[in-house]
Write a protein that binds this ligand. Structure first.
Ligand code: AMP
Ligand code: ZN
Length: 114
């Protein structure tokens, strides 16, 4: 999608610090980390949010989750525990309308529902 920040990151038009990439998925460091490990996993395909996930693109969304779990193990946060979060729409605080899963870990997380 032409005007989407994360599509521009996928296209390489905006730089990112890549953590993982394959044909369907990209993961990169969040620019404003909320935890010692804060990584975003996104589908390369533009899906606006989880609300845009359907039977057709669900395998891609599921692949994002498998990649998130793999990254968490590789970053050494899986043993202690971590969180995967996705915001959906304005009331959740979603600021970038391209599906993304936050991986948050490396510290004791509190539950803030903001
Ligand atoms: P959300 O509020 O769930 O839509 O999350 C969007 C996330 O994208 C925030 O945590 C931002 O810090 C992050 N973000 C925004 N711009 C960039 C960027 N250029 N590179 C990496 N992360 C970004
Ligand atoms: Zn996009």
């Amino acid at each position: 999608m032409a005007d989407c920040l994360f599509c521009k990151i996928v296209a390489g038009e905006i730089p990112s610090t890549k953590v993982y990439e394959d044909e369907k998925v990209l993961a990169f460091l969040d620019i404003n980390p909320m935890a010692p490990v804060h990584i975003l996993v996104i589908p390369k395909e533009h899906i606006p949010s989880l609300d845009g996930v359907n039977e057709e693109n669900a395998p891609t969304a599921a692949h994002c989750l498998a990649v998130a779990a793999k990254i968490a193990r590789e970053k050494g946060i899986a043993q202690d525990g971590y969180r995967v979060v996705t915001n959906i729409g304005a009331a959740s605080g979603q600021t970038v309308p391209h599906l993304h899963f936050h991986i948050l870990g490396g510290k004791q997380l509190t539950l803030s529902l903001g």
